[in-house]
Design a protein around this ligand. Structure first.
Ligand SMILES: [Zn+2]
Length: 594
């Protein structure tokens, strides 16, 4: 059993030993990979909108490193330069040794126990965010650096101030004296409930959701145009210290450090368990594994440290990681299955999302048959093909995510997936530039998604997707305005609609008449116009909007305002078909349709 688990968990490594493809193909693939990695780096760092998971990105990097090493060996490629322009840490910011099995954990704990038989331990969540080092001089926040390569990090001070909520600029005078200078080490993250709300809002605006909470946090800190960070969605917790003016540790134990931080008004990690004996640790891990969903922290494991600063000094560090701390990672439940087919989902705003149909597979008690493949770039970057053996993970135990594929298992008939040039909904050419999308407003798939969005956001209770599908197939309804023209006779012809159900259904539609202007705007489902934007537009421009939708005014009035909401609306309504549809709906909702 254990052997089997080992094989499963090291499957990705086998990718490293795949037979070499033909040389020219390798060079072409290398170039393609470099372009893809650059593309994803840009999305990640500059636009804070990564399209692929960390695991998929790592797989890309792995493949790139392998091909690159081969090319360098063959003398075909120069060695890469390192990134310049970083700031040196006072003390190196090392990463943690990962322990994945109980045996490895025991090895780590016993190593500490050998140096000090009375060693005590400290356990806290391992936050899945972006590690930062904060410099405090005379108690004031002076600088914030990312980990970078461990020796030097990026200066992200202004982005930190703009995006992190609830972190003090100045330390309170507490029970413990503040050193003249010290580095605090912490993690910047977005709480899961905030992250879910951000993605829900983006979904409503028709924008692609962020792939992971970690990528979102990193993107907020690393992107350049700081003023674009509108709210303060991030948090920062401190878990350790780096260098100090005097050079030594400012505290004798981790527990004393936490108390000191609290007295200075600095947020600390919670929950945490201090002064533990070695024998208590398995129970703490079991309890944490059980309760971790309640923490509202993006966490993927626990960090176990020696309590005492003196013991840490004795244990020291390897080149890579300290010997006095270890990261216990929870494995995401995963399974291998077959990618049977790829199909394209066309969203309301035209974005094309490739979807995977999988051979049904059971992961932690759930049957999984479908998974989002996020974007065209994701499929191309992993070179996913129909028929591939693929590794599926339940990210955060919820969302099925494809993290790897086994190219060695491919048969001779395997071909790269070829993305269609035309839309499966309307047969118009798909645009493929920065994004891959259908730009035809009248596309039947997009129209159907708008219809569903309209019924769902108002909401029209009881007007569900299945019924809308029937109405669309029967040719009775194409846009929301058509709903108001439905007669009882037409509805009764649908399968399953008797007299009573028809009455209830038509009453539900009628409830959409006379809603607030903000609800109307939101239900239109225009790109970028979600709940907040719709409310702003309704508050500030009610009379002009009434004139525009009521056909009394042409569009140009909107040019007078420069707000983001107005420009989004202007862009959307510049499409004549969109404007006409909105006006038809307006007449049904507010006017007398005669
Ligand atoms: Zn289309």
């Amino acid at each position: 059993m254990r052997k089997l688990r080992l094989i499963t968990c090291y499957w990705p490594l086998l990718l490293l030993f795949l037979p070499l493809p033909v040389k020219a193909e390798a060079t072409a693939r290398l170039e393609k990979l470099e372009a893809l990695i650059a593309h994803h780096d840009r999305l990640y760092h500059e636009e804070a909108e990564p399209e692929i998971s960390d695991a998929a990105y790592d797989a890309l990097k792995r493949e790139w490193r392998r091909l690159r090493a081969q090319a360098e060996e063959a003398g075909k490629a120069p060695a890469r330069e390192r990134v310049a322009g970083r700031v040196a840490h006072h003390r190196p910011m090392r990463s943690l040794e990962k322990v994945n099995t109980e045996e490895e954990l025991r090895g780590f704990l016993e190593g500490c126990g050998k140096a000090d038989p009375n060693a005590r331990f400290h356990v806290a969540p391992k936050v899945d965010g972006l590690a930062v080092s904060l410099w405090f001089r005379e108690g004031r926040l002076e600088r914030v650096l990312t980990r970078g390569d461990g020796e030097r990090g990026e200066d992200v001070t202004s982005a930190f101030r703009a995006a992190v909520r609830g972190f003090p600029e100045r330390l309170r005078r507490g029970s413990t004296e503040v050193p003249a200078f010290m580095e605090l080490r912490g993690e910047v993250y977005v709480p899961p409930d905030t992250f879910a709300a951000i993605n829900a809002a983006r979904n409503e605006e028709g924008a692609a959701p962020f792939a992971t909470a970690r990528n979102f946090a990193a993107g907020q800190l690393l992107r350049e145009e700081v003023e674009a960070v509108e709210r303060k969605p991030l948090r920062c917790v401190i878990f350790g210290w780096g260098g100090t003016e005097a050079g030594g540790a400012p505290f004798s134990t981790q527990t004393a450090f936490r108390a000191g931080l609290r007295s200075w008004g600095v947020p600390v990690l919670s929950p945490a368990w201090g002064k533990l004996q070695l024998s208590e640790i398995p129970d703490i891990i079991a309890a944490a594994t059980r309760d971790r969903r309640e923490w509202n922290l993006p966490t993927d494991g626990l960090v176990i440290k020696a309590e005492s600063a003196a013991l840490r000094n004795v244990l020291g560090a390897t080149g890579e990681a300290p010997r006095w701390a270890a990261a216990w990672k929870w494995a995401n439940p995963a399974a291998w299955t077959t990618l049977e087919r790829i199909f394209l989902r066309i969203g309301r705003t035209g974005t094309v999302t490739p979807m995977a149909v999988l051979e049904e597979v059971r992961i932690s008690g759930r049957e999984v048959r479908y998974a989002s493949l996020h974007s065209r770039a994701f499929v191309e970057s992993l070179d996913l093909r129909e028929g591939d053996r693929v590794r599926l993970e339940l990210a955060g135990d919820i969302i099925p995510t494809l993290t790897d594929r086994d190219a060695a298992a491919r048969g001779p008939e395997s071909l790269p997936y070829s993305f269609p040039a035309t839309c499966p909904g309307c047969a118009e050419p798909l645009r493929h530039g920065e994004s891959y999308e259908c730009r035809n407003w009248s596309c039947s798939r997009r129209a159907f998604e708008r219809l569903c969005h309209y019924a769902e956001t108002l909401p029209l209770r009881g007007v569900g997707k299945a019924t809308l599908r029937k109405l669309q197939r029967a040719g009775l309804v194409a846009t929301p305005a058509d709903l108001y023209g439905l007669t009882a006779d037409q509805v009764r012809k649908l399968n399953g609609f008797g007299k009573r159900r028809t009455e209830v259904f038509l009453a539900a539609i009628a409830a959409g008449r006379g809603v607030t202007l903000a609800s109307f705007l939101r239900a239109l489902g225009l790109p970028g116009i979600g709940k907040a934007a719709a409310q702003q537009l309704a508050d500030r421009h009610a009379s002009q909007l009434t004139a525009v939708f009521g056909e009394e005014a042409p569009l140009p009035f909107l040019a007078a305002s420069s707000s983001r909401e107005v420009s989004l609306l202007r862009v959307a309504l510049a499409d004549g078909e969109c404007l006409a549809e909105a006006r038809r709906l307006w007449r049904q909702v507010y006017g007398l349709p005669r």
